[in-house]
Design a protein around this ligand. Structure first.
Ligand code: ADP
Length: 313
């Protein structure tokens, strides 16, 4: 073989090897790209999870594309889970609302039907049934206004209007308004003597009136005959510490973390008999959160409950 032929042979082998290498690299590239596109297609078709695993030998650009797709897939999967969770929460809430509304509506319907069926002619019975229908209508009204409040608060529609006002005066006013209800239950409500005559806080007066009303109302409702409710506000550094303390039935430890959930009640029957909607504390929590004033509860079953929160002074 002449040197020329040898060179030609070497050149040919080198060319063939080069072409073969190029083909292999191309094939691998195509295979990896196909893997990327398969996973992307699956995600587009609704697969919640998808992950591309390329070997380290894959082309760096393809690996970068795969990484972006993986990040996108992970984010999409998180978004979808959150959406499903919210849907679940919403349908659970609607289920609870329907259940809560059904009882008073059926009662009103039942009493009216009985009256129409003839009970209306018996004066003693008719008055009693009308009163029952009326009290269920009142209950519906309370339930609806709590529902409207909570949905306005949760949808962010409710805007707070902050200003300085006298918390001691507000406490005296709310106590005065609820005194009659407390008397009917043989419970006394007082403003803690440690509360200064005047103590300024910064907040939405109307919404904080609702907070105090709901908390004092609970302290009366879940109290015992002869019990006491003490409402107070004292300075705490630059803040004002507000507290509502009762000598009532208390809340067993295992329920404490859940009482601020919508419709959560320790004792369903008791809550219904005292006219509770199960929404009062959820409303309180939302309003106080909007004031950056986390609410704290300490309680002992059979002894009583204390609810505390700190407002800016
Ligand atoms: P409700 O309308 O049922 O009173 P809330 O949201 O105001 O609903 O309270 C949730 C539950 O927490 C009540 O049903 C009750 O079981 C419990 N609870 C709230 N406040 C007190 C309290 N001061 N003492 C004992 N239990 C309480």
């Amino acid at each position: 073989m002449t040197p020329f032929v040898v060179s030609l042979l070497v050149l040919t082998i080198a060319s063939i090897s080069y072409v073969a290498w190029v083909i292999t690299v191309q094939r691998r590239l195509v295979r990896h790209l196909r893997e990327v596109s398969d996973v992307t297609d699956a995600i587009v078709k609704g697969a919640v999870k998808g992950h591309i695993n390329l070997p380290p030998s894959a082309h760096s650009d393809v690996r970068r594309v795969a990484e972006s797709v993986n990040n996108l897939a992970e984010k999409a999967s998180k978004d979808i889970s959150e959406m499903r969770r919210l849907e679940r929460v919403r349908s659970e809430f609607i289920g609870n609302v329907s259940h809560e509304l059904r009882t008073p509506i059926f009662s009103v319907q039942g009493y009216l039907e009985t009256l129409l069926d003839g009970a209306v002619d018996d004066p003693a019975v008719s008055r009693q049934f009308l009163e029952k229908a009326y009290s269920n209508a009142l209950r519906l009204n309370t339930l609806l206004s709590d529902l409207i409040d909570i949905s306005r608060i949760e949808s962010g529609e409710l805007r707070l209007s902050f200003r300085y006002f006298d918390m001691a005066e507000l406490m005296r006013d709310v106590v005065h308004i609820l005194e009659l209800r407390a008397e009917q239950r043989n419970v006394s409500v007082i403003v803690d003597p440690q509360t200064p005559d005047s103590i300024t806080v910064y907040g939405d007066k109307e919404r904080l009136t609702q907070v105090l009303t709901n908390l004092i109302d609970n302290a009366i409702k879940y109290n015992v005959p002869g019990g006491t409710v003490t409402v107070g506000a004292v300075p705490e550094g630059k803040n004002v510490r507000c507290s509502i303390t009762d000598t009532g039935i208390g809340i067993p430890e295992e329920h404490l973390s859940r009482i601020f959930e919508r419709f959560y009640r320790v004792d369903k029957d008791r809550s219904r008999t005292v006219g509770g909607t199960g929404l009062g504390l959820a409303i309180v929590k939302h309003i106080l959160e909007a004031h950056q004033a986390p609410v704290r509860v300490t309680s002992e079953a059979g002894k009583g409950t204390r609810v505390k929160f700190e407002l800016k002074g």
